[in-house]
Design a protein around this ligand. Structure first.
Ligand code: NAP
Length: 460
């Protein structure tokens, strides 16, 4: 029986979780958001340990120590570019824990399981194991331990849905007769198969959206377990996790112009091969860092649009150095942040924060777009799709409808990338061929370093 003070502590920890989500949605407050989440979790775990009569506290201590020894170095050492796979691993562990507690509860209580409890437990176990396997596959793909391309075969969706259907049928069977203990391993195997089949069919580059969806599944199964254990903090935390994960997945799919259904069952991750003919016969104007430095000298308003390539090149530090130099010389420098630039939500914010770029200089897409017509120069650093006007004017393009940065409205456009190659979507970018576009080919870090040298030279 949970005593009243513990209930109060649970309310306190729930308040911290809600504040955490609220603060994490604002760049400025995000560090407090992270801290609030940690405090909320410490209060929830502490209250739970105090409320229940723990018979083997030594096992809890060993668990905490092992978790800390493994988790601390991972948390400290993981590079920003590896955050998506680290998140996938967290979901895998979280959902496995939830699923295993569900299995333990089943064997503890069987055959005294009423229809409600068995329904919630069954759904939670299936969702937990599905999420565990899906997250493991996402991790393996993102870490490059298995090829990232989608494994698609004829009838994949039918197989996935049939396996899921079968798992549901066995769950119903167990709800009707919980004493049929052999059914549980069959349910678990089917759930693992669904997770495997679902995520293997999705390309590595689409994994962040899949991870947000799996995050939502893990939250829902945790909330369900909360009902079984009659633990209110687990219900609320799981519901917050489940709903925020779902909202994030929907926002990401909208920002990438994909329907949510296509993420789960459509040919997600089928990266379109660039049509060679799209580029044939079209020429770009190639420039050097020195040429760009001359243009920048006369520029009063400069907008830098970073993308995935900046992250790959780890160019954020030299980009910050360039921005500081240009500002020192009297120009106004802003950063244009597209919601899905890079390969995970908030990718650009994280990289630029790492390089200590001031939050005031980061402008979200809706706010910066009206400013492009007044910009003298827009410098695109390793971004591509998020600038592609095909999203506006080519109804047959896979990008059509995706909101983009209005780079084309700037007086001069500078693209820094290694080649004319396309971005994630595989679509050629008409901006490369404009009269006022300067293409500077090379690794972003190298080109910006050269640019910094040239700008310094000109500044004397
Ligand atoms: P992008 O369209 O993928 O383009 C990135 C560009 O960076 C490439 O064209 C590449 O050109 C260049 N690049 C790669 N390495 C480089 C290096 N070392 N130095 C310089 N340039 C380099 O990226 P984006 O404009 O950021 O758009 C993001 C895309 O990812 C969107 O299509 C979005 O839908 C998708 N996506 C985003 C998320 C998310 O949550 N943010 C999740 C999943 C998918 P070169 O090869 O010529 O250098």
């Amino acid at each position: 029986m949970i005593s009243i003070p513990v209930e109060y502590l649970y309310i306190l920890s729930i308040a911290f979780f809600v504040l955490s989500l609220k603060w994490m949605s604002e760049v400025r407050a995000s560090r407090f958001g992270n801290l609030a989440g940690v405090v909320g979790m410490v209060v929830a775990v502490g209250a739970t340990l105090a409320a229940y009569q723990i018979q083997r506290i030594d096992l809890v201590v060993v668990g905490v120590l092992v978790g800390a020894v493994v988790g601390t170095p991972i948390g400290l050492k993981v590079p920003m570019t590896a955050v998506p796979q680290r998140t996938a691993m967290s979901h895998a562990f979280g959902s496995l824990a939830v699923a295993l507690v569900g299995v333990a509860e089943y064997y503890n209580r069987v055959p005294n399981l009423d229809v409600f409890t068995m329904s919630v437990l069954g759904g939670e176990i299936v969702l937990g194991f599905l999420t565990f396997m899906g997250s493991c596959i996402a991790f393996l793909k993102l870490q490059g331990l298995i090829p990232g391309r989608p494994y698609v075969y004829r009838g994949r969706n039918v197989v996935t849905l049939a396996t899921l259907g079968l798992a549901i049928v066995f769950t119903i069977y167990l709800i009707l007769d919980p004493s049929q203990q052999t059914v549980l391993p069959i349910m678990i195997s089917l759930a693992l198969l669904v997770g495997f089949n679902l995520v293997m069919g999705i390309g590595g580059a689409d994994m962040p959206t899949v991870i947000a969806t799996l995050n939502s599944f893990a939250g829902i199964s945790a909330a369900a377990l909360g009902f079984v254990l009659n633990n209110k903090v687990l219900i609320v935390a799981g519901a917050l996790d489940g709903s925020s994960g779902l909202i994030l997945a929907i926002i990401m799919s909208q920002a990438m112009n994909r329907s949510f259904n296509s993420i789960l069952f459509g040919s997600v991750g089928k990266v379109l091969k660039e049509e060679q003919s799209a580029q044939a016969g079209r020429t770009v104007q190639q420039y050097t860092a020195e040429d760009v430095a001359i243009v920048l000298e006369g520029a009063k308003s400069i907008i830098i649009a970073p993308g995935y390539g900046m992250g790959v090149a780890q160019a954020q530090f030299v980009v910050k150095e360039l921005a500081d130099l240009l500002q020192k010389s009297g120009a106004d420098v802003k950063f244009a942040i597209h919601p899905v630039a890079g390969r995970m939500p908030g990718h650009m914010n994280v990289l630029l924060a790492e390089a200590n770029v001031s939050y005031d200089q980061l402008w979200e897409m809706e706010k910066i777009n009206p400013l492009f017509p007044q910009a003298d120069v827009a410098i695109v650093v390793g971004a591509n799709d998020v600038t592609n006007p095909a999203a506006r004017n080519k109804p047959d393009s896979p990008l059509y409808g995706m909101p983009i940065l209005d780079i084309d409205k700037a007086k001069t456009i500078v693209f820094i990338k290694r080649s004319k190659g396309p971005g994630f979507s595989g679509v050629d970018n008409d901006l490369f061929y404009l009269q006022n576009t300067m293409m500077v080919f090379g690794d972003a870090k190298q080109v910006i370093t050269d640019l910094v040298t040239q700008v310094k030279k000109r500044m004397g």
